[in-house]
Design a protein around this ligand. Structure first.
Ligand SMILES: [Zn+2]
Length: 181
């Protein structure tokens, strides 16, 4: 139980630093543009914690990257796109491949994206994955396929806490894999 609480704390801390990082980014490249935490269209964050056989991932992205819109789906076409996204997010193995070990998703939590959209109508996808891996020490790589599925996604800021230490890196459509060893 203690470990779980620790990890949750760690996880929140990571999210926070990801947001701070994104804000810096925002300042540098898009000065004068709207400022709203980590919500930058084209950009997503992935926080990852590996501990023993547990692998936890938290993915956050503007809904725009995944849907092409950020309001409640209205037309039949928008509703279909939204349902497809929800189904896709549940199929973690096709979005993020863990190489070297077999991992099972024990829980997948997708937050309702429109519940806390801001007054300007921006909304985020927020998903938490909890996996258990059979041979975690053999994990060599995580292959991120989200760029193939969602073409509006341009960069992903990754923050990791691995048994070997903390690390952060940036992925894009050309660089899609995270080396673990
Ligand atoms: Zn937005």
């Amino acid at each position: 139980m203690r470990a779980a609480v620790y990890l949750v704390t760690l996880f929140c801390g990571l999210s926070l630093s990801a947001i701070v990082y994104a804000q810096d980014e925002h300042h540098d490249h898009e000065a004068g543009h709207r400022h709203h935490g980590a919500h930058v269209h084209g950009m997503a964050t992935l926080d990852l914690v590996m501990d023993d056989d547990e692998l936890m991932m938290h993915l956050k992205s503007p809904l725009m990257n995944f849907l092409g819109f950020e309001h409640q789906p209205e037309t039949e076409q928008q509703k279909a796109i939204y349902q497809d996204m929800l189904q896709q997010l549940e199929m973690l193995a096709t979005l993020i491949e863990v190489k070297g070990s077999s991992c099972k998703a024990e829980s997948i939590e997708v937050e309702e994206p429109f519940a806390d959209s801001d007054e300007a109508g921006h909304a985020d996808v927020d998903v938490s994955y909890f996996l258990r891996c059979e041979e975690p020490e053999n994990i060599t790589e995580l292959k991120i396929n989200l760029f193939d599925v969602y073409s509006n996604l341009e960069t992903m800021q990754v923050q990791m806490v691995l048994p070997t230490g903390q690390q952060q890196l940036r992925l894009n459509q050309q660089r899609t894999s995270i080396r673990i060893q």
